[in-house]
Design a protein around this ligand. Structure first.
Ligand SMILES: [Zn+2]
Length: 73
């Protein structure tokens, strides 16, 4: 077997490995970003029952099934 053929085959094997790794990494990354999106959905916005200000549910104070902003808690 001529050395050139060995080199070409070696190069092709290396190229296949690089491409396979790249595709796998991309698939993994895609999966991860998808997972991140499902884990942290857009924050829910609620309305203060007192002044009508829209606030993220996280920082809203709930009382008697109603949401209030920090000023009207
Ligand atoms: Zn308020």
């Amino acid at each position: 077997m001529p050395i050139v053929r060995i080199l070409i085959i070696g190069f092709l094997v290396w190229l296949a490995l690089v491409l396979a790794t790249r595709v796998l990494n991309r698939a993994k990354l895609k999966q991860q970003t998808k997972k991140d999106q499902t884990e942290s959905p857009a924050p829910r916005i609620v309305r203060c029952a007192e002044c009508g200000t829209y606030i993220p549910e996280k920082s809203a104070i709930s009382r008697n099934g109603k949401h209030f902003c920090s000023d009207h808690a």
